[in-house]
Design a protein around this ligand. Structure first.
Ligand SMILES: C[S@@+](CC[C@H](N)C(=O)[O-])C[C@H]1O[C@@H](n2cnc3c(N)ncnc32)[C@H](O)[C@@H]1O
Length: 252
């Protein structure tokens, strides 16, 4: 059975896909791998393993730029996404930039892919935030070979507690409780459903799904960061607190 949140998020992402084309093209054009809203270079944070020859699955690939970056560095990515409109954009960029790789229209909580076929599962704001961790993390474990790595970036724990009810950016007040955090519905975002759980729960979930936790990287805005229009958090906020975090775990 397809979960309600998967259908709600499919509708919301199909409706919003046109707003992600320009950002997608900018990232496809980038030679450098960068992460998150502050475009922190991979060279600084070192989240990825050596990529040559790795079988990679990107869970919630959107416009596909992360997979394209990895393909250009010798990996063999497969991009999976729940929105056919986002995948249509990804396909057009594959033609425009001549970087082909398989794209699959599917739910990352129930991927139509064989067990133990990937060395790396990656998600930047894809399954990492739009899928239920209790469903997609065991699914990522199933897809990875022993020794394979899971790397995912999303809003930080603190961001989820401090995003105001109605509007962004993140504030300096704890707006919602730690205990019981799991599912967040954003009415102003077409009823999209986002997920986040406390760090202790995430560690227990990763471990019980067959992962060893290797790192939790809390991203700090660079010194020269300027607050963009429509920020998740201001540059000042993001120099004091992490607006994004990256988990790295290895399949036992
Ligand atoms: C913000 S994009 C992530 C891609 C890219 N890294 C980015 O930051 O633009 C979020 C993507 O997650 C996808 N997504 C949401 N729920 C999903 C699910 N259950 N399975 C796979 N993809 C999903 C959406 O369709 C959307 O394309």
């Amino acid at each position: 059975m397809v979960e309600d949140h998967v259908l709600a998020n499919r509708q919301s992402w199909d409706a919003d896909a046109h707003e992600w084309v320009d950002r997608g093209r900018r990232d496809w054009q980038s030679e450098e791998i960068t992460w998150g809203v502050w475009h922190v270079p991979e060279a600084e944070v070192g989240l990825l393993p050596e990529l040559v020859g790795l079988d990679v699955v990107e869970l919630g690939c959107g416009t596909g730029y992360v997979s394209a970056w990895l393909a250009r560095r010798g990996a063999r990515p497969v991009g999976l996404d729940n929105s056919c409109r986002q995948l249509a954009t990804a396909r057009s960029f594959q033609r425009e930039f001549d970087v082909p790789f398989p794209l699959i229209h599917a739910d990352a909580e129930r991927a139509p892919l064989r067990d133990a076929t990937f060395d790396l599962a990656v998600s930047e704001y894809g399954a990492a935030i739009w899928c239920d961790p209790y469903r997609w993390i065991p699914e990522a474990a199933r897809l990875l070979r022993p020794g394979g790595q899971l790397v995912f970036l999303g809003h930080s724990y603190l961001a989820m507690l401090t995003f105001p009810e109605e509007d962004l950016p993140a504030g300096e007040v704890l707006v919602r409780p730690h205990f019981g955090m799991h599912r967040f519905v954003w009415p102003e975002n077409g009823g999209a459903v986002e997920f986040a759980i406390p760090h202790g729960e995430m560690i227990r979930l990763l471990r019980s799904s067959g992962f060893d936790v290797e790192d939790l990287v809390e991203i700090q805005a660079p010194d020269d960061a300027r607050t963009p229009t429509d920020p998740l958090a201001t540059a000042e906020w993001s120099r004091r607190w992490p607006i994004e975090e990256v988990w790295r775990a290895r399949r036992r």
